[in-house]
Design a protein around this ligand. Sequence first.
Ligand SMILES: [Zn+2]
Length: 117
Amino acid sequence: MDTQTVTILEGTSCTWFGSPNQAGENPDRECICPFCAGPVVARDRTAFQKRITDFEAGTYEWPISNLQPDPNWEPVPHPNFSKMYAWAATQNRCFKHFMHMVNAFKKYTGETLDVTP
Ligand SMILES: [Zn+2]
C-alpha cells in the first residue's frame, strides 16, 4: 500500500494539511508542520476529503445533544468550503486558527464562507 496516497497529515495546533513528503521533521524525525513546526496527526485521505465535502454539502451529522433548550443544529450547506481548502493548500503557510484561514481566504480571494453551523 502506498501510504503517500492514503495518508494525509493534519496539524493539531494549526490548519496545515499535506502529504507526508511535504511535512517537516523534528530532531526525533517525527513529522511536523513545515511552517510552524507544530504537531501533526495522520488521517485517512479519503475520510479527510469526505469531511470537507460533507460539511460543504450540509450532509454532516452533529453529535447527539442533551442541551435544553435544544439548539438548532440542523446541518446546512457551506458553499466555498472545499474551495477554501483548495486555496489553503496553495498558500505557503499555515494558519494558527481555522477562522484565520477563513478570514485570509476572504481577504485574498474575495470569496466568502459562512461557517455558521
Ligand atoms: Zn503549522
